[in-house]
Design a protein around this ligand. Sequence first.
Ligand code: PRP
Ligand code: URA
Length: 217
Amino acid sequence: MDISQYKNVRVLNHPLLTHKITKLRNIKTKTNDFRQLVKEIAVIEGYETLRDVPMHMKEIETPVEKTVQPVISPSNLCFVPILRAGLGMADGMLELVPGARCGHIGLYRDEVTHEPHEYYCKLPDDIANMKVYVIDPMLATGGSAIDAIKMLQKHGVEHVDAFICIIAAPEGVKAFCEAFPDTPLIIGALDRQLNENAYICPGLGDCGDRIFGTVKK
Ligand code: PRP
Ligand code: URA
């Protein structure tokens, strides 16, 4: 896939991030380590994504003198994990910005059609005035990401500041960019393709199951 055709897409290439994603992919990685890695990866991706977050000046006092220094407004940031797997990333994002707020969107993919189904939505009342970052480790068909952003639009969010994922399939990137060409899409690793069950190849398997230790038979 020629990613350069999509101006809103950024694949984060950093050895530390790639190393952690490789560990995440490994079938031998156990639940505990998997969960920890998802959190650490979210910290790295969040740090990069929030590079342009607005700052304002605040008067403080050092032990030496009064001064006016730049700060962010943590409570103006809203992280929106898509349940379940997004919760694993929310832990890392909140470690980065403890004062941020969180909304939650519950979506599950139908195992046969692979279409997303909504089962939960709880967002801050004033989310329309906040900077909004949607987080989900996997962008496969793109259906869940697209539905989540449409749900946010229904709640008055005109502009999502970024959708952050760990692994994306080219099919999902294309669908996302066609739906939201102006929404920044931050990707940890861009994989080869989807398989017949709409799983990302090589991917990491079912992310929610691996984070929470549930297994689909
Ligand atoms: C996974 C993942 C995404 C979705 C991606 O969730 O966390 O939300 O699949 O697939 P898509 O791009 O084709 O929509 P899943 O539906 O398996 O729910 P879970 O996190 O509760 O297991
Ligand atoms: N959801 C996952 O958890 N993994 C995939 O590969 C695709 C969707």
